[in-house]
Each structure stands twice: as structure tokens, then as C-alpha cells.
Design a protein. Structure first.
Length: 359
């Protein structure tokens, strides 16, 4: 009995078992292309250059092989490397440019310095990228800007990079479909540049990591710059000094009518005071989700907990659906007692660190 091609294609598309897909790719030519596409559409590579885990080298050797046919099937690639060598990444790029259908790329190689030749290859051959995550070193900030703005289809950018030169970048237009920004590293340089660019109506999700004490002025300016389109905002502090600066600041209210998610991550193991201060400076009416961390007993900040309960249970936050709290299992009952109104609405969501559970 011959299996109809339509049925075979449907079965292959629904299959999630990699060994089965590998077997299907060897059955016949009719099955090979579809099975290989499902098998190699995502090729995550965790590449710490230590004995026993030479994953990046294995991938490069495979892609260089004259009989390799994987290139058009790889759509997503993640390369993470802990090498301290500044030149480690540059020999890798020429091999990767053959991945013509790549739409998602993550490169974590913070000590690697991207050369001019590698950047030119990057910009020329990865034009179909929609999601880009980079943690590496550039010669100057304008080099980083040129690279980011060379991908016309880019939708999300995670940039945790650094650069050697101190020259500012010229104003330029962001990719028109860019809706998600996740920025860390030399944050002030990036925000100054973003403020010099024409407003982008697509930017709706912003995450700023490791904000330093001297960067809050530019952070608040950028929030007002995107407040009309902002739907999600999360940020974290670099150190305790930056937290104190934030709590002592009295910035103008941010009017973000479309904001749906708000999150904060501090360094004091108790973000409730930070969240209270943040909520007091945001004018929102559609907020659906709030997230923060609490790793100490609530009795250390009981007035702040009462204020947070009042803020989030007010009629202005009628759309609130979830309050996510990263905490420890033994603190859950105390937090529920400190947030009685929110607990009664059953919208508290406790997230425990990996390896810990309530029982």
C-alpha cells in the first residue's frame, strides 16, 4: 500500500521526534526535502570551547563539507561561546553566510571583536533576518548602528554589546518593522542615538538592562519618546547606587495609554519599593501584567506592600490579570497576606528559581 503524498507530508509536518524525521529523510526523494526542513529548521548550538563540547567546530565542519545540503533548511541559529579570544568569531562568519534562509540569529561572544571584513559579510548575506541577538564587541558604536540598520526585515533586536571607540552614531532610520528592543551594555550611547532617529511607530516592547545611576535622565527621555506606542516595558538596575538614584528621582509622569506589561529587577532582593515608585510615575489604564522580585520576608517593607496592594487593586487597574513575583517557596504565604486585595482576585503568580518548588 502506497501512502498518499498529502498524508505523508501532513505526518512529517506534525512530527516532533528528531530520530523519526531523520529516518523519513532517508526513505525517498519525495520525503527528503520536507523531512530535512522540519529536522534542521532550528539548529541551536551551545558552544563553550571545552573538552567534550566542540559543538561549534562540529557545525562548521559539517557546513564546509562538499556534500552538505543543510544550508537552506536552517532558519534559526544560536551560537554561544565563552572564548576569551578577540578573534574567535571572525573565521566563523564566512561559513555562516551560506545559510540563506536564516531568519533568527543569536551570537553570544562578548570578548570577540567583529572585524570590518566580517561585518561586511554579515550585512550582505543575512538580509532575511527578523530576530537578531548580539553580545560582542565592535570597533566603534557607528559600526554597531550600521550593522543593525542593514536588516530591512528586522522585528526584534537584543543588543548587549560594547565598543572600543567613543564616536557617536549619526541619526538613521530604524528597520520599519522593528517592534522589540532589548538593550544592555553601553546603554547611554544607544539611547542617545535612538532619540536622534525618527520616531518608529512599530516599537512597542522595550527592555533596558543594567541601568546605571547616571543613565536615568536619558531613560526617562526615551520612555516619553515612545510612550504613545509602548505596550511592554521592563528594566533592571546595575547596582544598589542606581536603585537609590531611582528612588530619589522625581521624574515627570509617563503617559503610556497602551502599556500592558511592566516589570522591574533590582539588586536588593526586594523590588517592591522600586515597583511602588515606578507605578507612581506611570499613567496607565490598560495594564495587564506586573512582575518583580522578592527574596526577603515582607515584614521588612510592610508599608510598601500595603501601598502596592492599593495601587494595583485600584479601579484604574481594572484590566490587571497577573502579578508575577519571583520569590522563594517559604515566602509565598507572607506575600499573599501582604497583598490581600490582589490575592482575593486570584491574580498572584509565584515564580520560583530553577530547582526550587513549593513542596
Amino acid at each position: 500500500m502506497t501512502l498518499p503524498p498529502e498524508v505523508a507530508e501532513l505526518v512529517i509536518d506534525r512530527c516532533r521526534d528528531r530520530p523519526t524525521l531523520a529516518s523519513c529523510s532517508l526513505v525517498c526523494k519525495a520525503w527528503r526535502t520536507r523531512a530535512r526542513f522540519r529536522l534542521f529548521a532550528a539548529a541551536p548550538v551551545i558552544a563553550f570551547d571545552v573538552p567534550g563540547v566542540p559543538r561549534v567546530r562540529e557545525l562548521l565542519a559539517t557546513l564546509k563539507h562538499p556534500l552538505c545540503t543543510l544550508h537552506p533548511f536552517i532558519q534559526s541559529l544560536s551560537i554561544r561561546q565563552s572564548s576569551l579570544s578577540a578573534s574567535w568569531l571572525n573565521p566563523v562568519i564566512p561559513t555562516l553566510v551560506g545559510l540563506s534562509n536564516l531568519t533568527s540569529l543569536e551570537i553570544f561572544a562578548e570578548h570577540s571583536l567583529l572585524s570590518a571584513e566580517s561585518q561586511a559579510l554579515f550585512q550582505t548575506h543575512f538580509r532575511s533576518l527578523r530576530h537578531l541577538s548580539l553580545c560582542l564587541t565592535f570597533t566603534t558604536f557607528p559600526h554597531a548602528v550600521t550593522l543593525v540598520c542593514s536588516f530591512p526585515l528586522l522585528e526584534s533586536l537584543h543588543l548587549h554589546a560594547q565598543w572600543i571607540g567613543a564616536s557617536p552614531a549619526s541619526p538613521s532610520s530604524l528597520p520599519p518593522n522593528l517592534h522589540t528592543l532589548d538593550v544592555g551594555g553601553f546603554l547611554e550611547d544607544v539611547l542617545v542615538w535612538l532619540l536622534s532617529c525618527p520616531p518608529s511607530p512599530a516599537v512597542s516592547s522595550v527592555q533596558l538592562r543594567d541601568v546605571a545611576h547616571h543613565e536615568f535622565g536619558i531613560v526617562f527621555r526615551y520612555l516619553r519618546f515612545v510612550e504613545a506606542t509602548l505596550k511592554s516595558f521592563h528594566f533592571s538596575f546595575l547596582d544598589k547606587r542606581s536603585e537609590k538614584t531611582f528612588l530619589d528621582s522625581n521624574f515627570d509622569v509617563i503617559h503610556a495609554p497602551g502599556l500592558r506589561a511592566l516589570g522591574v529587577e533590582g539588586r536588593l532582593s526586594d523590588d517592591v519599593t522600586l515597583m511602588v515608585h515606578l507605578l507612581a510615575h506611570f499613567d496607565v489604564s490598560q495594564l495587564e501584567e506586573v512582575s518583580f522580585t522578592c527574596l526577603i520576608a515582607v515584614n521588612h517593607r510592610r508599608p510598601a506592600w500595603a501601598q502596592l496592594d492599593a495601587q494595583l487593586s485600584s479601579p484604574a487597574n481594572i484590566c490587571l490579570r497577573k502579578v508575577a513575583i519571583i520569590t522563594l517557596p517559604h515566602l509565598e504565604s507572607g506575600i499573599k497576606a501582604a497583598l490581600p486585595c490582589l490575592d482575593e482576585r486570584r491574580i498572584l503568580d509565584f515564580v520560583f528559581p530553577k530547582g526550587l518548588s513549593k513542596h
